[in-house]
Write a protein that binds this ligand. Structure first.
Ligand code: HEC
Length: 152
């Protein structure tokens, strides 16, 4: 009996969250991806600033690299088909993302991979390696922006 009530409850919650996922408006989706990218940008800047110091603060850079990795790993979900634009919200995402999605996803995957390598270097305290790796990560950001983001 209790199990049945639990299953029914679980199903209600699942249905409700599925409905919520569908109910997200384009404006909300675009706002979500923009705020993820802002976090990525701020965290990546923090890492670069720290690595310019003689003695970077390890906890600061490792936390920041985790933010970059986590947000980059999740941001793809905020580019669903049909979210190229919304009224009232500015987006810098170019519509060709959705006509060549495999290439976009590949660049995203490469950026995730290069930032995971950066995270590992920072965690092991290899700041010399990290100083090289931030350039690799920076190029992986730029590779996508050059093709898929509005130039300002
Ligand atoms: C696979 C593509 C891709 C990768 C990789 C990527 N970005 Fe972006 N980025 C975008 C797109 C597209 C937008 C615009 C999103 C929007 O406005 O809807 C964006 C927006 C941003 C913004 C918000 C401000 C703006 O100019 O629109 C920042 C900051 C940013 N990215 C930083 C980074 C950093 C730092 C990295 C690498 C660590 C990175 N991005 C990697 C595609 C990417």
């Amino acid at each position: 009996m209790r199990a049945k009530v639990f299953v029914a409850l679980a199903l209600t919650v699942m249905t409700a969250s599925a409905a919520y996922a569908q109910a997200r408006t384009n404006a909300e989706i675009i706002a979500a991806r923009k705020s993820q990218f802002m976090e990525i940008g701020a965290a990546f800047k923090q890492i670069n600033d720290q690595l310019r110091q003689d003695v970077p603060i390890k906890i600061v850079v490792t936390r920041a690299s985790t933010k970059v990795v986590n947000n980059l790993s999740q941001v793809g979900a905020n580019f669903p088909v049909g979210s190229a634009r919304a009224t009232g919200v500015k987006t810098n995402a170019l519509p060709i993302i959705w006509s060549e999605r495999a290439r976009f996803d590949q660049l995203l995957g490469a950026a995730v991979q290069s930032s995971r390598q950066l995270q590992a270097l920072l965690q092991s305290g290899d700041f010399v390696g990290a100083r090289n790796q931030v350039r690799v990560v920076g190029r992986s950001c730029a590779a996508c922006h050059d093709r898929y983001r509005v130039k300002e």
